[in-house]
Design a protein around this ligand. Structure first.
Ligand code: MN
Length: 324
């Protein structure tokens, strides 16, 4: 660790790949430049020198690993999805066991079968020591506000582990992206899709039914922290007159929702997320290997924060939430 510099860190949107899942992952190739795709595969599949030296250079003591999406959420056969999710989690557990001090894991779940997904989450947490689950957006067009997924929220709440919603494409391509492929993907549509997913969950009352539920969003909260006042003000006059919530929309961001810095290395949205949600709800992440680990590490080390805030964002908030 003598090469390392900067604040000690935990990072929690850090991806891997295994050969059996490359076909699912290849479907996201429509969103990114063809050159990038081949280049990152080696980095994704590495659990050794490449990953560990980058972590050491940036004093990232622990990386919580997750499969690069969409994984089995793109699988049309439910039985195959359930089987493949287990294969993924077993493989991840095996990799973590080679570096137990440095790696932790988020479970990969086949939401096509909600009960199986809940059971697999419990198995991953209790038997494999995972920290929660990462869900790659919609599954066959269904979002986590759907009643069928209540069992997953219930189980996650009982286990007291977070669900991290990672971007994926919507089930169809809305006309608003017509003739603008650059907007369909990480530049913009993933933010819209993932922010919308979180709001569906909030406004459907999932957090009233499961007050202990914990939801993590990457990308500094997918722009939602910027909008909290407007959510509070406008939902009261929305066209859902029948809708009731126990609290103001913004209150759920302070009780149930967390954000990571994954894929956003910029002071202004960091300040906004911390002020809007609370300094205890924002956590450093890289989005490795899609984001440069040295850029993310160097940025947070010199971001305009008090040293107390930097400790919280870099390390303490994740340690507390994930019980690392
Ligand atoms: Mn990511």
């Amino acid at each position: 660790m003598d090469q390392s510099s900067g604040h000690r860190k935990i990072a929690l949107e850090e991806h891997f790949m295994m050969p059996e899942f490359v076909d699912y992952w290849s479907r996201t190739a429509i969103n990114i430049s063809p050159g990038l795709f081949g280049k990152v595969r080696n980095t994704l599949e590495d659990f050794g020198e490449l990953r560990l030296t980058g972590m050491e250079r940036n004093n990232i003591e622990k990386a919580v690993l997750s499969l690069a999406g969409p994984g089995v959420q793109a699988e049309t056969n439910t039985a195959t999805a359930v089987k493949m999710a287990k294969i993924c989690n077993e493989y991840l557990a095996e990799q973590i066991s080679t570096q137990p001090g440095r790696y932790a894991g988020f479970a990969h779940l086949a939401l096509q079968d909600p009960l199986a997904a809940a059971d697999e989450l419990e198995r991953c947490v209790k038997q494999l020591g995972f920290c929660g689950a990462m869900i790659n957006g919609q599954t066959n067009g269904a979002y986590l506000d759907d009643d069928r997924f209540s069992i997953v929220w219930e189980r996650a709440s009982d286990l007291d582990v977070p669900i991290y919603i990672h971007p994926n494409n919507p089930a169809d391509v809305p006309y608003m992206y017509n003739n603008h492929p650059e907007l369909f993907g990480p530049v913009w549509s993933w933010t819209v899709e993932t922010g919308n997913h979180a709001l569906r969950i909030l406004f459907s009352g999932v957090f009233d039914r499961y007050p202990k539920a914990k939801l993590i969003l990457g990308h500094m909260g997918e722009t939602l922290p910027y909008q909290l006042w407007r959510f509070d003000s406008r939902w009261l006059i929305s066209n859902r007159g029948d809708m009731t919530l126990d609290m103001k929309p913004s209150d759920y961001f302070k009780r149930n929702i967390y954000a990571t810095t994954a894929g956003v290395c910029s002071d202004e949205p960091l300040r906004c997320a911390m002020d809007a949600m609370g300094p205890d709800r924002v956590m450093f992440s890289v989005d490795y290997p899609f984001e440069k680990i040295d850029e993310a590490g160097g940025w947070i080390d010199s971001a305009k924060l008090t040293e107390e805030e930097r400790t919280m964002v870099c390390y303490q908030n994740a340690k507390t939430l994930l019980r690392l």
